[in-house]
Design a protein around this ligand. Structure first.
Ligand SMILES: NC(=O)C1=CN([C@@H]2O[C@H](COP(=O)(O)OP(=O)(O)OC[C@H]3O[C@@H](n4cnc5c(N)ncnc54)[C@H](O)[C@@H]3O)[C@@H](O)[C@H]2O)C=CC1
Ligand SMILES: O=c1[nH]c(=O)c2[nH+]cn([C@@H]3O[C@H](COP(=O)(O)O)[C@@H](O)[C@H]3O)c2[nH]1
Ligand SMILES: [K+]
Length: 500
């Protein structure tokens, strides 16, 4: 006879936190959200920790290099999506690793033979007022001069005038060599009252600009997640098929951590993939696995050597796995059981394997609940898809700005993993939808407010760290009627008032 669980599985919205005693120093400014990303032995530090408990989903519509840089700046980490060629995934990883905060690869470039009309057209197109003039018109050509808006007067000059006649030539520019630090660059900018400082290599090739106006923004990120060479940390998604080719390429590009990306991780495929990584690289390469929704699945992956385990089947906003395949489990119940298994494994072996709650976070308070239920960090898709930095188009739908967001199991994703099951192509089926999410602005502003809410709730619970929240939180299931009580009720909203 089949096994039946005695309790139904629950979602985040069915739980609430009960406050604990709040001491005087228990204020959001004193709360730390630092959390382990990879497995560690009792008494030792994890090889990688996050400064905020957020990672971005391994999805085409979420995690490219741009989002990865923005999230690492805040202290979190992206897993670059794996549903692309090995070369393009590795190139995205490399772009994150090569990104130097404050050092910008020139986006507007012309040759001395270009004209004022070309300068104006370029400015209209991309909005930048500083144009690098290089021998070949590329971002890394030999620097010959700069054109900024101070070099020309549209009303007095003819559009056909050559750039060479009005640019500020190299001999009149202040430049700095390749090894200049951001601090040194900013000192030079102040000293010479510059708007931009070109960084050039020994052959006179332009490497980057450092802009005066960017200075303030680089001082605002005390939590940024950096490696020992001060480069941003970045993760990458892998699959259980081409890993022998993909993983070496991602590591060569600089990936700091890998994650097997699958709807379901309790399989020989994941065991083999992790075993291969251990054979090739020992423990030096970090790889997470998943997804699982129960104790058995967690213990299987922990024993297989996973550096973290991801929880969640069918709870994502774009997921239709439960409807198409009838597998999955309420995210809260899955998480609670897996976190109990993690603690059991820790007691038995002295090895802590962090747990990631993947999918289904709708409100900011769900983040606090997931952490209280034991998650060490959260994977978010919909949440990040709404921001400027996500890779998808911003479109107007019925007068409201939206961003596109589609599942990795949707037809739009054309995820080759899913079309290579050995069966005929016509047998493939969709497990995700293609959708819109409401545009929400910049990642920085949204993450800041979401985490401020998490921290203030932690203060209500009387805790200042995620570990203490996991230990001390008290949670209650709520009845259907008390969910109604929790919203506004028995009042008539004034017109224009909005509930977020
Ligand atoms: N978290 C969730 O609830 C869900 C997530 N997704 C997302 O969709 C994407 C694709 O996920 P999946 O379809 O689960 O991809 P997958 O590659 O893990 O699995 C696809 C199929 O291939 C099989 N398979 C895997 N490796 C194999 C190998 N080496 N040889 C032979 N067969 C093998 C699996 O058993 C499965 O039937 C991922 O990005 C995933 O995150 C999709 C559905 C649900
Ligand atoms: O059933 C599914 N079909 C899909 O096409 C799909 N694509 C992604 N995912 C999973 O959803 C997570 C993101 O969920 P949220 O948008 O709720 O944050 C992701 O992190 C994935 O675990 C999918 N699940
Ligand atoms: K399985």
């Amino acid at each position: 006879m089949a096994f039946y669980y005695s309790e139904p599985s629950h979602t985040f919205s069915e739980y609430l936190l009960i406050p604990g005693y709040t001491a005087e120093d228990c204020v959001p400014a004193n709360v730390s959200l630092r959390t382990p990303l990879t497995r560690f032995r009792k008494g030792e530090e994890p090889a990688i920790s996050l400064n905020i408990p957020m990672v971005s989903a391994i999805m085409q519509s979420v995690s490219d290099d741009k989002l990865a840089i923005a999230l690492a700046k805040e202290g979190g980490l992206s897993f670059i999506y794996g549903a692309q060629s090995i070369e393009s995934e590795a190139a995205m990883v490399a772009r994150v690793k090569n990104h130097k905060a404050g050092f910008v690869v020139s986006a507007s470039n012309l040759t001395p033979d270009s004209t004022l009309a070309d300068v104006l057209a370029l400015k209209a197109k991309n909005g930048y007022s500083t144009v690098a003039i290089t021998d070949d018109g590329t971002a890394n050509g030999r620097l010959l001069g700069i054109v900024s808006s101070r070099d020309y007067r549209v009303s007095r000059m003819d559009g056909s005038q050559k750039v060479s006649t009005f640019m500020t030539p190299l001999e009149k520019l202040v430049t700095a060599p390749a090894q200049t630090t951001l601090k040194e660059a900013n000192d030079i900018i102040w000293e010479h009252k510059l708007n931009s400082l070109p960084i050039v290599d020994a052959d006179g090739r332009l490497l980057y600009f450092v802009f005066r106006k960017d200075y303030a923004s680089h001082k605002e990120n005390p939590l940024e997640l950096l490696d020992d060479q001060k480069r941003y940390l970045v993760g990458a998604g892998v699959n259980t098929r081409d890993y022998q080719e993909r993983i070496p390429a991602l590591l060569a590009a600089g990936a700091d951590v890998l994650c097997i990306d699958s709807s379901e991780g309790y399989s020989c495929w994941q065991e083999k993939t992790i075993a291969w990584v251990r054979e090739q690289y020992g423990d030096s390469v970090k790889i997470g696995a998943g997804n699982v929704v129960d104790r058995d699945g967690f213990l299987f992956l922990a024993k297989a050597g996973a550096d973290f385990v991801k929880v969640g089947i069918g709870g994502g906003s774009i997921c239709i796995t439960r409807e198409t395949k009838g597998i999955g489990r309420g995210q809260a119940t899955a998480l609670i059981e897996v976190c109990a298994a993690r603690d059991e494994y820790y007691r038995a072996t002295g090895v802590y394997v962090p747990v990631c709650s993947d999918g289904g976070i709708v409100y900011d308070y769900h983040m606090t609940l997931a952490l209280a239920m034991g998650a060490d960090f959260l994977m978010l898709g919909r949440y990040f898809a709404r921001f400027d930095e996500s890779p998808t188009a911003k479109v107007m739908v019925n007068g409201v700005y939206m961003k596109e967001y589609w599942g990795e199991g949707s037809n739009r994703a054309r995820n080759w993993q899913r079309y290579d099951l050995g069966g005929a192509g016509k047998l493939s089926f969709e497990e995700g939808v293609d959708s819109f999410v409401t545009y929400a602005g910049s990642l920085h502003d949204n993450v800041e407010i979401s985490l401020y809410k998490v921290k203030s709730t932690m203060c209500n619970c009387g805790v200042k760290t995620i570990a203490d929240l996991q230990k001390n939180a008290r949670l209650t299931l709520v009845s259907a009627t008390s969910i109604v009580e929790g919203g506004y009720h028995d009042v008539v909203l004034r017109s224009g008032s909005q509930i977020k």
